[in-house]
Design a protein around this ligand. Sequence first.
Ligand code: ADP
Ligand code: MG
Length: 395
Amino acid sequence: MNKKTVDDIQVKGKKVLVRCDFNVPIQDGVITDETRIVGALPTIKKLVDEGAKVILCSHMGKPKGEAVPSLSLAPVAKKLSEHLGKEVVFAADANVVGENAKAAVAAMNEGDVVLLENTRYRAEETKNVDTFSEELASLAEIFVNDAFGTAHRAHCSNVGVTKYIKDAVGGYLINKEIEYLGNAVNNPVRPLVAILGGSKVSSKISVINNLLEKVDKLIIGGGMAYTFMKANGLSVGNSLLEEDYIDYAKEMMAKAEEKGVKLYVPVDTVAAQEFNNDAETKVFENGIEDGWEGLDIGPKTTEIFKDALKDAKTVVWNGPMGVFEMPNFAKGTNAIAYALADLDATTIIGGGDSVAAVNQAGLGDKMSHISTGGGASLEFLEGKDLPGIVALNDK
Ligand code: ADP
Ligand code: MG
């Protein structure tokens, strides 16, 4: 994807509206995870250093068009000020682009930073209604989108605004996502291996279908594997099963064969009779007994999957191999995470729970790229165009 970036524009003295992802977790007014704030700093610093007037905006949570005080971005302004070592002026307007915002922007000097209030305080935001897009756009001359997490949605602050601001480019965070996910899917160094897991086939149906067009190997684990096992005629006991998708699983196995893609499904399963970390476990091969529920891939499967990964040069992983939230059923997921960490390959982790699993294993910094947008990265892997990226100017 050939989109213009912040490195392609002149910003000195210009008012630049930057759509960030400051949707951080807050408890009692305290930000409990600053990852997204820290992630936004490179783009902001670059614009500040070059003498732009930097106007930041973001959504937080789902206030649904109401000025919900607990979802104010005020704490983010404070935290940003600390990280930047300079004051970030917070424009506290219930309607986002109000008198405070206009006055704060009018008073800006080169290198100053203003943060607007939660864009979802306005009901128009998620409906991409022109009125609010135009108001936002009226504040600035250049638009930078650095929020990958919302790139799969067409909202005022990431898409609508580009109708009124001609210069629209990507920030460093979004560019990294485009580069890694884009290359992995469209221009990968091969062999390209995808690992798909998580709870449901239905939620990743289009990803499986699209990736079968691209990958050399496809590994399927997690809860979605049982629908494939069932499609192979095996019993799955009480495991997660989507009866309606058994035929689809058969179709995908046939497609893999036709495309020459090696498809791996588990050959053994760690199961329990209760959904409980301390439950007694049993490993099943060739089908799971009645009364038992598969909660992780088994040891033989783990070895087969690791072996399949050995020659990989690009790996995309979306969805854990088991119920990793319970340590006794996190072994398969952890083994795959360690295998990826050891590979001499580009490794890309997408999906909120997969990212959590990799971080839980303490291996986040061993991966080439950890996607910041669960839903957005999934749609990217489905082969869909993301409106927030399409809206940016081509090079
Ligand atoms: P991601 O967020 O990475 O895209 P998903 O949301 O699709 O992943 O799936 C993650 C969930 O899948 C986790 O909560 C995990 O517990 C669940 N899961 C994985 N394997 C199983 C299984 N065998 N049985 C039930 N749930 C599972
Ligand atoms: Mg998830």
